[in-house]
Design a protein around this ligand. Structure first.
Ligand SMILES: Cc1cc2nc3c(=O)[nH]c(=O)nc-3n(C[C@H](O)[C@H](O)[C@H](O)COP(=O)(O)OP(=O)(O)OC[C@H]3O[C@@H](n4cnc5c(N)ncnc54)[C@H](O)[C@@H]3O)c2cc1C
Length: 329
């Protein structure tokens, strides 16, 4: 019988890990959300579409390049943006450097995760809230105490602060996880029925409140409707995380209006998303965490860095360790 493994989280790390372990183990993913992809997220509302999490990703490793190459060929990923300009109170500074290829999921950012998840066993809207030692493995329960099944090995890919709470104090990775620092981000989503050309597709923003703006209609495979996704700075989000959402929205909007010289007060769609754990300020500095004696592990971007690539690298490193372990059984 194959070893049973539960993976907590269907972001890019969980899906990468499950794909690699699939041939040698009986793998089940539990994902608390309705959709896959985690922070590689997108949202559709009233005909407007927004990638409200990760904006694009690079593929510097050979392994990720080959996965992304296949996804591009299959229409599940595309290349965007050609250039990332810089917007500040002084105006727009164009990026003239030859671009490193940057990728997005199609038809939305989660499209890559959806395609890679094909054939995997995933329980959606299943939040793992408890792990209890049972026999030779772990019994997983949800927030209502409902039994989600027993597994010989369990790996969490949830952000470090959430994995700390899930794992028992005896887990050998606790100390490393406690060194990880993650910060929040607010994402403002603006939809307009009228078209509006800002003169760029994507820009970093040099501002005390905002850090990024993407013109959604400039992406391949997206609906042509005018939609802008705007990220706050992480430090500003951290200082304002518990503030009233309408105040946050108004401050971000006012900053954007000043920068682009447009009034968005009568926008046809305006929404705000709060990411509690968006980006990694300080990573664990280890490719993954695995407690051989307990049969518990953790991986994700926060092990190694701050990006989609770090999440893939971390999950790949843990999968190599587990495949070797399982094949030795
Ligand atoms: C606003 C923002 C902008 C970003 N911009 C970029 C960018 O431009 N480029 C880039 O490369 N990266 C960017 N990132 C970072 C990138 O999104 C992450 O590095 C990457 O997606 C992390 O993948 P992961 O699988 O490690 O974690 P996640 O994507 O966070 O996946 C973890 C999954 O676990 C699930 N989960 C958590 N707890 C539980 C539980 N108890 N039970 C069940 N499921 C659970 C979550 O719902 C989630 O789906 C950005 C992130 C944000 C939020």
């Amino acid at each position: 019988m194959k070893t049973s493994i539960a993976i907590i989280g269907a972001g890019i790390a969980g899906i990468t890990l499950a794909r690699a372990l699939g041939p040698v183990a009986d793998v089940t993913i539990f994902e608390k959300s309705r959709g896959l992809g985690g922070r590689m997220a997108n949202r559709r509302r009233e005909g407007f579409a927004f990638d409200h999490g990760a904006q694009y990703f690079t593929a510097r490793s050979e392994a990720l390049r080959s996965v992304v190459g296949a996804a591009v060929a299959a229409g599940n990923a595309g290349v965007w943006p050609k250039a990332v300009h810089t917007l500040s109170a002084d105006g727009l500074v164009s990026d003239t450097r030859p671009p490193e290829p940057r990728y997005i999921g199609l038809p939305g950012m989660s499209g890559l995760a959806n395609a890679l998840a094909d054939g995997l066993q995933i329980h959606k809207e299943a939040t793992v809230a408890g792990l209890a030692h049972s026999g030779g493995g772990w019994l997983l329960t949800d927030g209502d105490g409902k039994d989600l099944g027993s597994f010989e090995l369990v790996v969490s890919t949830a952000p470090a602060p959430q994995t700390i709470r899930l794992m028992p104090e005896a887990f050998s990775g606790q100390t490393a996880m406690k060194t990880v620092k993650m910060s929040g981000c607010f994402t403002l989503m603006i939809g307009l029925q009228a078209s509006l050309d800002l003169g760029f597709d994507a820009a970093r923003i040099d501002d005390p409140i905002l850090s990024w703006i993407a013109v959604e209609a400039s992406k391949p495979g997206r609906a042509g409707k005018t939609a802008f996704t705007v990220h706050s700075r992480n430090d500003w989000a951290e200082a304002n995380l518990e503030r009233d959402r309408n105040d946050v929205k108004s401050e971000m909007l006012a900053s954007l209006e000043r920068l682009v010289g447009q009034d968005f007060s009568s926008a046809d769609w305006l929404d705000l998303h709060r990411w509690r754990y968006a980006n990694v300020d300080q990573a664990a500095g280890l490719p993954y965490l695995f407690d051989e004696a307990l049969g518990l592990g953790a991986c994700g971007d926060w092990c190694l860095g701050n990006r989609v690539e770090a999440a893939v690298k971390s999950a790949t490193a843990l999968s190599e360790r587990l495949v070797t372990r399982l094949q030795g059984n």
